[in-house]
Design a protein around this ligand. Structure first.
Ligand SMILES: Cc1cc2nc3c(=O)[nH]c(=O)nc-3n(C[C@H](O)[C@H](O)[C@H](O)COP(=O)(O)O)c2cc1C
Length: 369
């Protein structure tokens, strides 16, 4: 078994990586990956150097796009996931490729999450995407019926041999040049979960994320941190705990309870992207920064609106939130913000630092709009 530093020295960094878009004939280039952005390096090093777990923003369909990833990194998030991308569509469909994944040089450390039910699609997916990401995450937890019916996501929890063969195929082809993770749920029977993680570990997986719920547990029910602890005690690869991290304090409590190497937040970081920097609710500066990122990178209007709705839920009065949610296009929403708030543009000197909204009228008045 090689040590982490050996592993990192053995990483091959490809020069001048290129992504071709056959439809537009546009050629993009992106710089080589930096070994310090390898998720394994982060999971081990953050604990050593900062005496804390690594902070991870989980995959969220529709939401974890490039602007949101950049936003959360500005607030102390170490590892950020893309939404789940279906391998089958990605490898066959040029349009799916450009709509599902965009990246840039600042997008590090990024793990692309993949939904797949077979080795062949997975290998093709990894071949296409690995130069542009720091890790590949195999989704073994998505409970959505359409995916499960196709044998994707949580369906894989009943297919330990298949998961092991998928991980093994990637490791046999790429060795330590590709970091592969599996994001799993727990089984009601913990012995079955333990057998699952042992098999996946033996197949060469680099680390495991455990969402402490079964595929039928609702998100309103608490995540099972004891089960995560048991898994952490069972395997020797790093483990990331997921479920119910809504504040920095939660992140520390989860890490202390389970002994994990990293803590992942999804709903918590969606509503407060500055969670891992210790903010109790979204600071206004994050709202302004998100506006800049979303409009300059070009997120669709409805997604911007959903993000802002989540981020502002605890920040502005309910009535104002409702009004913002009722705007029907980007221009209307910009007008609405311009009417109610003084937005400080970032310019070249970084983003605004305000923690409270800068209302154009005072807050008490605003509460009665
Ligand atoms: C809007 C939304 C989209 C999600 N999309 C994905 C996804 O693409 N892949 C995945 O593995 N989990 C997905 N999840 C599940 C989260 O990653 C996470 O496992 C779950 O929400 C529990 O974490 P939390 O308690 O921090 O929210 C999604 C969750 C939400 C709320």
């Amino acid at each position: 078994m090689t040590s982490l530093s050996d592993d990192l020295q053995n990483l091959t960094i490809t020069e001048d990586l290129q992504l071709h878009e056959p439809s537009s004939k546009t050629k993009h280039t992106i710089s080589p990956r930096n070994p310090e952005h390898n998720p394994l390096y982060i999971l081990k090093n953050v604990r050593k150097t900062q005496n804390r777990p690594a902070f991870v923003a989980g995959p969220m369909v529709r939401y974890s796009k490039l602007p949101f990833r950049e936003l959360v990194r500005n607030y102390n998030t170490d590892i950020v996931y893309t939404p789940m991308i279906l391998a089958r569509e990605f490898v066959r469909n040029d349009i799916a490729r450009s709509s599902d994944f965009t990246t840039n040089d600042k997008d590090r450390c990024v793990i692309v999450q993949v939904g797949s039910n077979n080795v062949e699609d997975l290998l093709k997916f990894v071949e296409m995407i690995h130069p542009y990401v720091d890790g590949i995450g195999l989704n073994c937890g998505c409970p959505i019926k359409e995916q499960v019916r196709e044998g994707i996501g949580a369906a894989l929890m009943s297919e330990p041999d298949l998961v092991a063969s998928m991980v093994k195929a990637v490791k046999e082809k790429y060795g330590n040049t590709v970091c592969i993770e599996t994001k799993i749920r727990i089984h009601p029977n913990l012995d079955e979960t333990i057998a699952f993680v042992k098999k996946v570990e033996a197949s060469g997986v680099d680390f495991i994320t455990v969402h402490g719920r079964t595929k039928n547990t609702r998100s309103s029910q608490p995540a099972n941190w004891d089960a995560i602890k048991l898994i952490k005690e069972t395997v020797s690869v790093p483990v990331v705990a997921n479920g119910d991290c809504f504040s920095l304090e939660d992140a520390y409590s989860i890490a202390e309870h389970t002994g994990v190497d990293g803590v992942m937040s999804a709903r918590g970081i969606l509503s407060n992207p500055a969670l891992f920097a210790g903010y109790k609710k979204t600071p206004w500066a994050a709202v302004e920064f998100f506006w800049d990122l979303a409009t300059s990178y070009g997120l669709p209007f409805r997604i911007i609106q959903h993000h802002l709705s989540e981020m502002l839920d605890k920040v502005i009065p309910r009535k104002s939130l409702k009004e913002m949610n009722e705007t029907t296009c980007l221009i209307d929403m910009i007008d609405w913000f311009d009417t109610h708030f003084i937005l400080k543009r970032r310019g070249d000197k970084g983003f605004a630092t305000a923690t409270e909204p800068s209302w154009k009228i005072n807050r008490e008045e605003a509460a009665h709009i």
